[in-house]
Design a protein around this ligand. Structure first.
Ligand SMILES: Cc1cc2nc3c(=O)[nH]c(=O)nc-3n(C[C@H](O)[C@H](O)[C@H](O)COP(=O)(O)O)c2cc1C
Length: 341
């Protein structure tokens, strides 16, 4: 990578860790990150994550085999710790053995990380506070994904700029940290690498690639959207805790308010238990995601997208996306170098 000389130097640690050319991760996206996308990312020198999501175990197993048919490069499987088949997914991975496992949803238990590592996989975990990062490192995580609330899908409460100062600066020398949430341009990538990140994870931008199988309505909505259209869902009342979802404003987003109010009323009247109410909320978003990504229903589907949707207005092949990120990243480092001389 002579032409990306400075960038390569900063990327080396993350590239070695992920065993890829570029430590640019295509984050797992339920329904979106299927075998074709994962393999296409890998074959272009990046790192793909197959979304385990709520998939039945047999389907996930077949998808892993499919990825392997399409690429011989490393990839990860993303497990959602709150998914109904989570424990089964974990067991299945002991048989099929994948090189990397990413835990998402909530935070994995120590024995779950141990099970994952016993399969020979390297383990990546999300960590949104210093204490969670400390716990994940203690449990044996090999890498951390630090995702700001700008990201698409289920999100935490804190923006990337704050997380960088709280977690990245503290842990960057100890463990590879991959920054996610709004990392959509080569310029941003160069700057977070300078700040100590081992690499970046992008989601929204990979939706806008030719290789992504999402319905064309889904992609076209991304083209039209501005950053302010990717809004986070509020929680109305602490009796019904909901994990915030960042999604494009549409009828489904508007109706979510009514759903929360109905569930709160039913909770008050003792007609539903809290867990069942929370499950209904989850079903609303995950079921809606299939509707949006596969069926192309942009009104009533969940249009999960990060605020970086406002930085992108074109669908391109993955090779072109990587070339753009690398070229702009290297140019940014040249500018930084010139400023310091
Ligand atoms: C449509 C969509 C679905 C997602 N599903 C998942 C998921 O299943 N598991 C997960 O860990 N992250 C999920 N994410 C988060 C992404 O993997 C990634 O971290 C995030 O999109 C990064 O922020 P960005 O969109 O600003 O690049 C999803 C994001 C989107 C946009």
């Amino acid at each position: 990578m002579k032409e990306f000389e400075m960038l390569s130097a900063l990327m080396k640690r993350g590239a070695d860790f992920l065993q890829v050319k570029y430590p640019i991760i295509c984050g797992a996206m339920t329904w979106v990150s299927e075998p074709n996308l994962v393999a296409a990312v890998a074959n272009n020198g990046g790192f793909g994550c197959l979304a385990g999501g709520n998939a039945p175990t047999e389907i996930l197993k077949n998808q892993i085999a499919e990825v392997r048919k399409l690429t011989d490069r490393p990839f990860a499987v993303n497990l959602i710790t709150i998914a109904p088949a989570y424990q089964e997914h974990l067991k299945m991975l002991a048989d099929v053995k994948v090189p990397y496992i990413v835990f998402a949803g909530s935070f994995p238990k120590e024995n779950e990380i141990a099970i994952a590592k016993a399969t020979g996989a390297k383990v990546l975990c999300f960590a949104s506070t210093v204490s969670i990062a400390e716990r994940m490192v203690k449990f044996g995580a090999d890498g951390i994904i630090l995702e700001g609330s700008e990201a698409g899908g289920h999100i935490g409460h804190v923006s990337a700029t704050i997380l960088m100062q709280q977690v990245l600066f503290k842990f960057a020398n100890q463990i590879p940290v991959f920054m996610a949430g709004g990392m959509a341009t080569g310029k941003m990538m160069a700057h977070v690498l300078l700040m100590g990140a081992a690499g970046v994870q992008l989601g929204t931008r990979f939706v806008m690639t030719e290789e992504c199988v999402a319905h064309k309505n889904f992609k076209e909505a991304f083209i039209r959207a501005n950053a302010r259209d990717a809004v986070a869902t509020p929680q109305y009342d602490s009796r019904l805790p909901v994990v915030a979802v960042r999604s494009l404003r549409n009828k489904s987003m508007a109706n979510f308010g009514a759903l929360q109010l109905r569930l709160l009323r039913e909770l008050e009247e003792g007609k539903i238990h809290r867990q069942a109410a929370q499950e209904e909320v989850e079903k609303y978003w995950i079921g809606g995601l299939r509707k949006a990504v596969i069926d192309g229903d942009v009104d009533y589907g969940s249009m999960m997208a990060g605020q970086s949707v406002g930085l992108v207005d074109r669908i391109m092949p993955i090779a072109e996306l990587f070339n753009e990120l690398l070229t702009d990243g290297e140019a940014t480092l040249q500018e930084v170098k010139a400023k310091l001389q």
